[in-house]
Design a protein around this ligand. Structure first.
Ligand code: FNR
Length: 336
């Protein structure tokens, strides 16, 4: 039987490639997000990874043959994490979903990515024009897995076409639908089609999650305004949370330098790789690169360097020591 999640009145961290990894997801939950979505992971990739229980860090890792961790999760996000799949094939989607379903609260299918890589592979926004494929993928997933399945789309050029697609999606049995109020061709500078989202929400009986409002989100109260404007009770936030995950915090935004420091701590705690950590720090700092820490982050490459920039040398060394100790204990136990 499918486990149920109530999708009403939720604020949600959006899937973002390279950004919605474990540190940002945990910070978002800390500051008030109800659910978090991981970055899109392509079915082929997760299928070729190996599931490893990392008892030193206390995580579950999906690891590629070169040692690269493609997906990492931990108990702190249990029951709140959606795994976003990039797929163009029902059979592969089901295999991928079955592989991760014990570790996540739900599966989402990306039907909005406009990038060439996705479109050429028949994934992301390419699916918006393939209703039969959409039906196949989503119905197969709903039937096969025991956790909720959701789907994230962009708008089609007309409201009528978008509602038609949304109804097809609803009939597959998905638990909720996220709508980004822009078409495949529209960029963030274009206005979000809040009116489309509102009409879609009125036309469906499953919860519709509004997305695309980040430009207008300065703090948590704006999230509620976006919900009102789109007639949805739930909102998914991407770029505003990428810049500062305390956007979810009811008591107000935490200043940038403090939030980046918290991010670096999380990255240390969960052994996030330095390349990804650097990418996320620079995304957070992009408007403030003239600050000393921004400049230093541009040239830093190791976690040690990032911890120095953010005044966390001691924190980093302590973490390293406790990891080494745990590793040694594990080795002793295994060789007893
Ligand atoms: C995205 N977006 C995105 N969408 C998706 O379904 N899967 C993904 O992996 C990604 N990756 C991604 C990376 C980055 C860096 C950005 C900025 C965006 C789109 C995102 O989830 C969202 O739909 C849009 O950004 C619009 O919402 P906001 O930003 O206005 O809240």
């Amino acid at each position: 039987m499918t486990e149920k999640i109530d999708f009403n009145h939720k604020v949600i961290l959006a899937p973002m490639v390279r950004v919605s990894t474990l540190p940002l997801r945990l910070l978002s939950l800390r500051y008030g997000a109800d659910l978090v979505y991981c970055e899109e992971i392509i079915d082929f990739k997760i299928l070729s990874s190996t599931r490893v229980e990392n008892d030193i860090l206390g995580t579950v890792d999906y690891v590629m043959s070169d040692g690269n961790v493609v997906f990492r999760t931990c108990a702190q996000e249990k029951g709140k994490l959606f795994f976003q799949l990039g797929t163009s094939d029902a059979e592969r989607a089901v295999a991928a979903a079955l592989k991760v379903q014990e570790d996540v609260a739900g599966i989402d299918v990306n039907m909005g990515c406009p990038k060439e890589f996705s479109i050429k592979g028949g994934m992301g926004a390419a699916l918006l024009k393939k209703p039969e494929k959409v039906k196949q993928i989503l119905s197969s997933l709903v039937k096969a897995v025991s956790i909720p399945v959701t789907c994230k789309i962009r708008c089609l050029p007309t409201l009528e076409e978008t509602i038609e697609l949304a109804r097809i999606i609803e009939k597959t049995g998905v638990s909720a639908l996220t709508v980004h109020g822009r078409t495949k061709e529209e960029r963030p500078r274009h206005a979000n089609r809040n009116d489309f989202i509102k009409k879609i929400a009125e036309s469906l009986s499953i919860p519709v999650i509004a997305n695309g409002g980040s430009k207008e989100l300065k703090d948590c109260s704006d999230i509620q305004k976006f919900a009102k404007d789109t007639g949805c009770t739930s909102v998914m936030v991407a770029r505003a949370a990428e810049r500062n995950p305390s956007i979810f915090r009811k008591e107000g935004i935490i200043p940038l330098l403090d939030i980046v420091r918290e991010y670096v701590k999380m990255a240390i705690n969960w052994d996030n790789n330095a390349i990804n950590t650097k990418y996320c720090i620079l995304q957070m700092m992009y408007k403030d690169m003239d600050i000393k820490e921004g400049d230093q982050s541009l040239t830093a490459v190791t976690m040690e360097e990032f911890s120095e920039i953010w005044g966390l040398q001691e924190y980093y060394q302590q973490h390293k020591q406790s990891m080494t100790k745990l590793l040694a204990m594990k080795y002793d136990k295994e060789t007893e």
